[in-house]
Design a protein around this ligand. Structure first.
Ligand SMILES: O=C(O)CCC(=O)C(=O)O
Ligand SMILES: [Fe+2]
Length: 606
């Protein structure tokens, strides 16, 4: 489109000239030192970009509100994909109605999008305004750029020059793209530092509520579809993995939202305790203005994040005495609302860099996950324990799934354990989980499995694809009254891909062993039972070399061969649930989705 066409398009109502075209023309004018035209076009490009984002935001929010249609019984792929496809259709129609020209015309190249994300147009703008002797506008453009690029030395110098220049007002140093919650926060903190607690309270509350609505909006955008999904994700071979990849992308995107909102403009990493720091300031300020009830409420909310913080516990005690013991103090709902408390941020990537035998490895593909024990600490080879692979609420979802499955009675019965008469054994495959018809929990199963697969692949075999071989959600329950004097194990010592022969110190890699299994993983869901620890032994099956105590979110992973004989101590009280995962490098032995779907259809048509 030439400049004239672009200009005409811009004048007709409802039309949005694609921002990349305006940007290209703007940069061309800039290079031709046509400052007036450059300034005009670049400003229009920014305006157009903002308009496009607003349209997307509105459509995504509108489409996210739609109820997903339920998948028919057994059609688990439809059940999980249905909402995704439906949302994609809704989004396309909505944007089609809102955008002229059609949405496809607004798909800028990756490089241009990156420029806008980094506020690059403001860099050009400041020069153009400076040349035009529009100093205040030059300063605010420079400042806006610098906020997002604090490492930019040239701009740092320019800003210094502007500061020294007479005729530049200090309130020209404005961030034209400032997030409302950070503005409110800054103002709140200024009042706080000046002991103006009434104003501080108002601004900090404003900041909190702005941040939460920004978060909600951002999360609505996460439902996809995305314009540029990872190349790697596109290459997923199976439907099973494709669906899991979609849900994982949603999760990653949601995490990204948290980071974006809690990262102060110009800072590299997020403020780790974004919400708690608000609560801390607010509880002090409320106390100062004489509102002990609200102060106590903030203190109680703060303690949800840091339950052992001594100073806050002390203050809480004080508030309780002041308010009287029978006044109930409850934490704020907004803070405890599901999904919002995660504003306490995951551990930054660089802190979870995995090390084993002094070799640096890539960061794990998910944030917040920690390596608790490596091979060396477990006295063996190719063994590892990760923590925080699942959150408490994800474990609860999965435990609910085992309950729902039990109630559905669909081939999911507790039977005597194949390993011991003193325990019952319940097993659930992904396929059965999908038939249970609780999409949320089934998705949790899929996500947990795929997440573990990625973690194990990136830890043990980076660059070499690991396929699911078999996935099984297993609960082992102690049979009451049959535990006295029990000497056996919940799971006798074995290796996962060969037949262990302790006398001959051999492990036979032949059927009926699952010889194609290369890596094993067990993702634990709970710890409210007695016994049930996993242990590793030497080839003699009796010399224990390491033990792992199950708990929610803990993933133990190891190579499936003779180097890792293992067993499970008796579960002597309660019920122990875990997802057992086996992986293979062999494409041939990958868990076949197609087979599963066919099996589902025949079993439901009966
Ligand atoms: O549940 C566990 O901790 C281990 C289970 C196991 O080794 C297996 O199923 O092969
Ligand atoms: Fe095993």
């Amino acid at each position: 489109m030439n400049l004239l066409a672009a200009a005409t398009a811009a004048t007709s109502p409802g039309r949005l000239v694609p921002f990349d075209l305006l940007y290209a023309d703007g940069v061309r004018a800039y290079l031709a030192r046509d400052w007036a035209r450059a300034a005009e076009l670049l400003q229009r490009a920014l305006h157009s970009y903002a308009g496009l984002r607003a349209a997307r935001r509105a459509c995504r929010t509108a489409c996210a509100r739609q109820e997903p249609f339920p998948g028919g019984p057994g059609r688990w792929e439809a059940a999980l994909l249905g909402p995704v496809l439906q949302r994609a259709g809704c989004l396309q129609r909505c944007l089609g109605r809102r955008l002229r020209p059609a949405p496809s015309a607004h798909r800028a190249s990756c490089a241009v999008r990156r420029d806008f994300e980094r506020r690059e147009p403001y860099n050009y703008l400041q020069v153009a305004f400076f040349q035009l002797k529009k100093l205040d506008q030059a300063v605010s453009a420079a400042h806006t750029f610098f906020i997002a690029n604090p490492q930019h030395l040239q701009m740092r110098e320019d800003i210094e020059k502007y500061r020294r220049m007479s005729g530049v007002k200090s309130d020209s140093f404005q961030d034209l793209e400032a997030a409302p919650h950070w503005e409110a926060y800054e103002t709140g903190v200024q009042h706080y530092d000046a002991d103006e607690y009434l104003q501080a309270v108002a601004w900090l509350e404003e900041s909190l509520s702005e941040a939460l609505s920004a978060l909600e909006e951002c999360r609505a955008l996460c439902e996809g579809p995305w314009e540029d999904e990872d190349e790697e994700e596109k290459m997923q071979p199976g439907l099973y993995e494709a669906i899991a990849a979609h849900y994982i992308q949603v999760l990653k995107c949601r995490q990204q939202c948290v980071l974006e909102i809690a990262t102060k403009p110009g800072r590299i990493s997020a403020t780790e305790d974004f919400i708690p720091s608000h609560l801390d300031l607010l509880q002090f300020a409320y106390n100062q203005v004489g509102n002990q009830t609200l102060a106590a409420e903030c203190a109680a909310s703060y303690l949800l994040f840091y339950p052992t913080d001594e100073a806050m516990l002390e203050k809480m005690k004080q508030y309780r005495t002041e308010l009287g013991e029978d006044t109930a103090v409850t934490a704020r709902q907004v803070v405890t609302a599901p999904g919002l408390s995660f504003l306490v941020l995951p551990v930054p990537q660089d802190r979870v860099t995995v090390r084993e035998t002094k070799r640096e490895r890539c960061p794990l593909p998910f944030e917040g996950i920690a390596v608790t024990m490596d091979s060396q600490q477990m006295n063996g080879t190719q063994r590892v324990v990760f923590d925080r692979v699942l959150t408490e609420s994800e474990c609860k979802d999965l435990l609910r799934l085992t309950k729902a499955a039990g109630e559905a009675g669909d081939g999911y019965r507790a039977r005597r354990s194949p390993h011991t008469p003193h325990e019952r054994f319940e097993g659930l495959t992904v396929l059965k989980a999908m038939q249970v018809k609780c999409i949320c929990e089934s998705a949790a199963f899929l996500i947990a499995s795929e997440k573990s697969r990625k973690i194990i692949e990136s830890y043990f075999t980076p660059g070499k694809k690991l396929h699911f071989s078999f996935t099984h959600l297993v609960c082992r329950r102690a049979v009451d009254g049959e535990q006295e004097g029990r000497m056996d194990l919940s799971h006798p010592v074995h290796a996962d891909n060969c037949l262990l022969d302790p006398e001959g110190q051999e492990c036979w890699k032949e059927p009926p062993a699952y010889v194609y299994r290369d890596y094993s993983g067990i993702l634990y869901l709970n710890d409210d039972f007695q016994g049930g620890g996993l242990f590793f032994t030497e080839m003699d099956t009796v010399t224990v070399t390491a033990e792992v105590r199950p708990k929610c979110g803990r993933l133990v992973a190891f190579s499936s061969g003779k180097e890792n004989p293992h067993g499970v101590w008796a579960v002597s009280r309660g019920r122990r649930c875990a997802i057992a995962l086996w992986y293979t490098h062999s494409r041939e032995h990958a868990e076949q989705v197609k087979g599963y779907v066919e099996e589902t259809n025949t079993s439901t048509s009966k």
